[in-house]
Design a binder for this molecule. Structure first.
Ligand code: PLP
Length: 419
């Protein structure tokens, strides 16, 4: 009888299974068409495989010998700094590989609290909350702080994670033209009837290395009773006299209320993000912020490495200053050679080329000279503004910088970019 029952169910099962296969086949073809369209548009992002640790000199699969790396966000060279690595190893041994928990269940260790305190101290803000990434910090902030009676005013070129975070909140949204104070003022006037107003900007915009006009933004915010938020992923650790960031560089540390930043770039480069700001905000984020409440705690080795990175920066600004000097060496030599370098005195040095194919061909040629750089084109940057984005690190020596400039001069001549 049992065998009969199984056989009776069989045709129904096979019919269901075949509908399942058909659905999967249909999805596969939709996805393959999508992939083909990306390839046809020339916007496919390949991934080169690195076979060594992150640093100024790396080994790249398919290339022989040492390759000079000029496209990491490893601004201070701390990703492979011996003390930062050792602190990760020590934390791994003492605190284990991970917490298997979110923070409020059983995922908070003394090292998490200690890192939060050090980051609050570093940024001179009241309190700090850690996230698994700055993407999460941006995704978790706005929804908690702003409701339907509030307004958020956001630079049109803000990072994708800010845009997504703002999408999740119910505040009225105003998008002002990139770094345009007149447009921001117009939008602030429109938002005057809202309960809270928050101006939101990247401190440094990663595609151009341009720096937000924070003094003007703070003046306007104060005039119209708004708060200011900055994303400092491309500034923390090295901008300003003590590396505190764009707010220190522009003298507005006490006029910017909320800062989000990452541990995944200058601060050791592993992973993690955070918000620093007023204590009640940080406390509310611990209660309500979804990426914090519903995602695992930062693993101890990551916390250990980041803590050592912050300690190194609290103790001395020597590394940050050496990076600044190398940035100017590169920018000056390239400008003298006839290249156009966009942005201000920032280690993001976009070599402007215009044409997308030229940017990608030149980047490939640079690899033949042992220099790893990447071409950026539409839709990552506007059409006609393709570039190779060079990023300087404190780990580069003066010889590394000069080698990179020489390689640019040779490939630039070959492609008629300079004479
Ligand atoms: N904000 C900016 C401006 C960024 O450049 C990035 C990373 O590319 C992020 C946020 C996200 O940081 P994380 O890698 O910590 O998620």
């Amino acid at each position: 009888r049992r065998i009969n029952t199984i056989w009776a169910a069989f045709p129904a099962r096979t019919a269901k299974a075949s509908r399942g296969y058909a659905a999967a086949a249909q999805a596969r073809s939709v996805l393959e068409n999508e992939l083909a369209a990306i390839r046809a548009a020339g916007t496919w992002k390949g991934e080169r495989v690195i076979k060594s640790k992150q640093g100024a000199h790396i080994h790249v699969d398919g290339s022989r010998g040492d390759i000079l790396n000029f496209c990491a966000n490893n601004y201070l060279g701390l990703s492979s700094h011996p003390e930062v690595v050792q602190a990760g190893v020590d934390a791994l041994k003492m605190y284990g590989a991970g917490l298997s928990s979110v923070r409020f269940i059983c995922g908070t260790q003394d090292i998490h609290k200690d890192l939060e305190q050090k980051l609050a101290k570093f940024h001179e803000r009241e309190d700090c909350i850690l996230y698994a990434s700055c993407f999460d910090a941006n995704a978790g902030l706005f929804e908690v702080l702003l409701g339907p009676d509030d307004a958020v005013l956001s630079d049109e070129l803000n990072h994708a994670s800010i845009i997504d975070g703002i999408r999740l909140c119910r505040a009225k949204r105003f998008r002002y033209k990139h770094m345009d104070l007149n447009d921001l003022e117009d939008k602030l006037k429109e938002a005057e009837s809202s309960r809270l107003r928050l101006v939101v900007t990247d401190g440094v915009f990663s595609m151009d290395g341009d720096i937000a006009p924070l003094q003007g933004i703070c003046d306007l915010a104060e005039k119209y009773g708004a708060m200011v938020f900055i994303d400092e992923c491309h500034a923390t650790g090295f901008l300003g006299a003590r590396g505190r960031g764009t707010d220190e560089l522009l003298g507005v540390m006490d006029r910017v209320q909320i800062v989000n930043s990452t541990l995944g770039k200058a601060l050791g480069g592993a992973a993690g993000g955070y918000t620093v700001g007023p204590k009640p905000l940080i406390e509310l984020l611990r209660q309500r912020s979804r990426p914090y409440l519903f995602s695992n705690s930062l693993p101890p080795p990551v916390v250990g490495s980041a803590t050592r990175a912050v300690e190194l920066l609290l103790a001395s600004n020597e590394i940050a200053q050496s990076m600044a000097a190398k940035t100017m060496r590169f920018r000056n030599a390239m400008t003298q050679a006839g290249f156009t370098i966009s942005g201000a005195a920032h280690p993001i040095c976009p070599v402007m080329l215009g044409d997308a194919q030229l940017a990608s061909l030149m980047a490939d040629d640079m690899l033949n000279f042992g220099v790893y750089v990447i071409g950026f084109s539409y839709p990552v940057v506007p059409k006609g503004k393709a570039r190779i984005r060079v990023q300087i690190s404190a780990a580069h020596t003066d010889q590394d910088i000069d080698h990179c400039v020489d390689a640019f001069i040779q490939t630039g001549r070959k492609h008629g970019v300079i004479s």
